[in-house]
Design a protein around this ligand. Structure first.
Ligand SMILES: [Cu+2]
Length: 216
């Protein structure tokens, strides 16, 4: 077994940091970085955290987090997505601030990065892929075979959700987290966050293949 993350063996880097938004230049956000990604990986472990503020697709300063429905996902509302992979599987956690208090959102990991159109994100990431796409068969479209992160925003507009699976993402197979108008796998797409999901460097996964951890 590979030991836990040892500081000296961890390759960590802030891969991208959107330009800091000067105070007052963006209509009221507080000067934090508009987006950032951090990654740490060693052998059979992988950790990634991405965060961003939502902006409409027409924003002068584009964001990896795109809102299509500002009534439910206002500009400058915030999201972070964390992915943790270890010998126990994959945990994905989403956290948001600035949503509509009390509203129940449907949230999933989708296949493609976001685009100007809500459809750009493609279908849901599926561990076992439905041969019929777009997938509507509940044998495939369910929270065990997909990553669902539905949440209801609290009175302060914040929310969070976490999903754990024994499997990991195929490289390049997962590209975004999409927020829907309704929970449960349906409803309009109201926002999308492009997320660089990854996998441990020690793993080489063929599409559709189940990974066996090497025995030591
Ligand atoms: Cu979805």
């Amino acid at each position: 077994m590979v030991a836990g993350m040892v500081a000296g063996a961890v390759a960590a880097a802030v891969l991208a940091a959107g330009g800091g938004v000067p105070d007052g230049a963006d209509g009221g956000t507080d000067g934090e970085l508009s987006s950032s990604v951090a990654v740490a990986a060693v052998a059979d472990q992988y950790w990634m955290r991405a965060e961003a503020r939502f902006a409409p697709p027409t924003a002068f300063i584009p964001s990896p987090a795109v809102t299509y429905e500002q009534g439910l996902v206002p500009a400058a509302s915030w999201i972070s997505v964390e992915q943790r992979v270890d010998e126990r599987g994959t945990t994905v956690t989403a956290r948001v601030r600035g949503m509509t208090p009390g509203h129940a959102y449907g949230v999933h990991v989708h296949q493609n990065p976001c685009g100007a159109s809500p459809e750009a994100a493609g279908g849901h990431y599926q561990h076992v892929q439905d041969p019929v796409q777009p997938s509507k068969d509940p044998a495939y479209a369910n929270p065990d075979n997909e990553v669902w992160l539905d949440f209801t925003a609290g009175a302060d507009g914040s929310g969070s959700a976490s999903a754990h699976h024994l499997w990991g993402f195929r490289p390049g197979g997962a590209g975004s987290v999409v927020l829907h108008r309704e929970p449960g796998g349906a409803g309009d797409r109201v926002a999308c966050f492009t997320v660089p999901f990854g996998s441990p460097p020690g793993e080489s996964v063929e599409a559709g293949e189940t990974v066996e951890q090497p025995a030591v």
